[in-house]
Design a protein around this ligand. Structure first.
Ligand SMILES: O=C(CO)[C@H](O)[C@H](O)COP(=O)(O)O
Length: 170
């Protein structure tokens, strides 16, 4: 693969589709996101994408920060390439995940934002709201997120500045 192709998300996606890149995902939800998580898991199964489900495992009420923390730490520690987090709105679970240093969780309810979250923000977690979007769109958003690559350049400088804010809080 040429350097140019290495930076091009379309080429990355072709390689990924051919099975030459094996992604490992960490996925989690609260009770409100449980059913959408199950649908996203089925979608990932069809695509042969490996994941670990960090729960929750039923529609019984639970607290989204607990799941967000587990998934965010697993991604931050490098055990997984990306995370997918789902709650009712996607808001609480993304706020909680973003408290973990090094995590850039992006709440996306359209494919344009999902692509930009990777290309511009180098997001490492995709958050969605199960009470906001349906299964079909959610799966399209997952595909858009996973098939897009960080563009670096001016965006790297800005991402670095995000993490400087974290350092300044020490
Ligand atoms: O979207 C969420 C957080 O942002 C939660 O899923 C939502 O607040 C859960 O609400 P409830 O306990 O009433 O089911």
């Amino acid at each position: 693969m040429s350097l140019l192709c290495a930076l091009c998300y379309k080429c990355i996606y072709k390689v990924f589709e051919r099975g030459e890149i094996k992604l490992k995902l960490a996925i989690g939800s609260d009770h409100a996101g449980f059913n959408l998580k199950e649908a996203v898991k089925k979608h990932l199964d069809k695509k042969g994408i490996e994941y670990k489900d960090f729960g929750t495992y039923s529609e019984e009420s639970c607290d989204y920060p607990d799941i967000a923390k587990d998934v965010a730490l697993a991604v931050k520690n490098g055990q997984y390439d990306f995370g997918i987090l789902i709650c009712g709105t996607g808001i609480g679970i993304s706020i909680a995940a973003n408290k973990v240093r090094g995590i850039r969780a992006a709440l996306c309810h359209d494919t344009f934002s999902a692509k930009a979250a990777r290309a511009h923000n180098n997001a490492n977690i995709l958050a969605m709201g199960a009470r906001v979007i349906g299964e079909g769109l959610a799966c399209e958003i997952v595909d858009a997120f996973l098939s897009s690559a960080f563009e670096g350049g001016r965006h790297q400088r800005r991402v670095d500045k995000i993490h400087l804010i974290e350092d300044e809080q020490q």
